[in-house]
Design a protein. Structure first.
Length: 394
């Protein structure tokens, strides 16, 4: 099978999507498939990643809200790239404009939409939950739901990585939703990588002794990740117990996070960790992962923390909550700094009492290779079917 992934979210400095796509290139080749990723880039370029894997960069415009990303602005060039590749199957990896563009591509290949983003949770619910009910918010954003239903009618499969997102999509009228949880890079993250000297060094950076609790936060510095809320929660929890927090990431919200920290010596921002092995070592050496985003479609960071043996402290919605529930984690009310602080205090107390902490027996998440084996098999079944749905509404 030749698979082409039109991935608007793939970028050199990207986060979970880049990790996912990089593994897809390797997994596809290992299973005997050819995988081509078409991504928006600084210039036209073909990057070979192996005998059956490559990235086709198309010259594209910078995304104005985040200069780490670009967006496809030349539909003819995108269609020409797809025509040259002649794929057996096509993926779109963004529910926005590129999904509609791929739906309109006149090629006959079946296609799937990968829900790497949950815009309603990341934006609409985050903004309006304090003042309106979810049904009211959904009614206000009915245009987006109609957009999703149109995509559902024109795609053979809508792939969701969490049951919570799948349930909401189905309740919203989508009929081709398939739940296929993602996974972690095999062989990278492990409790065996725990380094007590590294842990003590991170606590010393936070001006705390070795018996304090070390929390880790990993991810983009973006509003939906709610880092200022977590800083507030840890600051409050720190009045009850010695608790340090180190943040690893980068993004446009760094200044607002620094303002919220306001000189608190027990919260530090690390330099971005780009090496996967180093990230795995830092993860295994913390005491727990603290996460604030309720809009995760899968939450790669939480899955990696699980694979590292870390307890999870997460909001009660989204992919992070799925990971916490699967591993007996600590769950607080989403978007509630006081609730997050209360759960941090509880975790720290249980850890001091010897009732909680990093464990080698935390149920591990599935691997990326498990996810891709299931995904590619579902694509091959669709390819083998007659194509009556190729008569799409233009």
């Amino acid at each position: 099978m030749k698979l082409v992934d039109v991935c608007a979210f793939y970028a050199p400095k990207g986060g979970g999507v880049r990790t996912y796509v990089d593994r897809k290139l390797k997994a596809g080749a290992a299973l005997g498939h050819e995988v081509v990723v078409i991504a928006p880039g600084e210039r036209d370029l073909i990057e070979q990643r192996g005998p059956n894997a490559r990235i086709v960069w198309l010259k594209s415009t910078l995304f104005p809200l985040d200069f780490n990303y670009r967006y496809f602005n030349d539909t003819e060039a995108l269609y020409a790239a797809l025509d040259r590749e002649q794929p057996d199957f096509v993926e779109a990896s963004s529910p926005w404009r590129s999904a509609s563009t791929i739906a309109d591509w006149p090629g006959d290949a079946p296609r799937a939409l990968i829900m790497h983003a949950d815009p309603l949770s990341a934006y609409a619910y985050r903004w309006l939950d304090p003042v309106a009910t979810r049904p009211t918010i959904d009614n206000l954003f009915d245009r987006y739901w109609r957009h999703l239903r149109r995509l559902d009618d024109r795609y053979d499969m809508i792939v969701s990585a969490s049951q919570g997102l799948s349930d909401r999509l189905i309740a919203g009228g989508l009929e081709h939703v398939v739940t296929n949880p993602m996974g972690v890079d095999p062989g990278v993250f492990s409790p065996a990588l725990r380094d007590e000297r590294l842990r003590e060094g991170l606590l010393a950076m936070c001006e705390l002794p070795a018996d304090a609790t070390l929390l880790l936060g990993v991810g983009r510095f973006a509003p939906e990740k709610r880092w200022p809320m977590l800083v507030e929660a840890v600051t409050a929890a720190g009045t009850h117990a010695p608790i340090g927090l180190v943040l690893a990431g980068q993004g446009r919200d760094r200044k607002s996070i620094e303002r919220k920290i306001a000189g608190n010596p027990h919260i530090r921002i690390l330099a971005p960790i780009t090496d996967r092995g180093e990230l795995a070592r830092v993860m295994a050496s913390a005491d727990a992962l603290l996460h604030g985003c309720e809009a995760e479609t899968f939450c790669m960071v939480a899955a990696e923390a699980r694979a590292s043996g870390l307890p999870l402290i997460t909001p009660d919605e989204g992919g992070a909550a799925d990971q916490a529930r699967a591993s007996g984690g600590y769950i607080y009310e989403s978007a509630n700094a006081a609730a997050a602080a209360e759960m941090v205090v509880r975790y720290a107390a249980e850890r001091r009492a010897g009732l909680a902490g990093p464990r080698a027996d935390i149920p591990p998440p599935r691997t990326m290779d498990d996810h891709f084996a299931e995904l590619f098999a579902s694509y091959e079944r669709l390819i083998a079917l007659p194509r009556p749905r190729r008569l799409r509404a233009a």
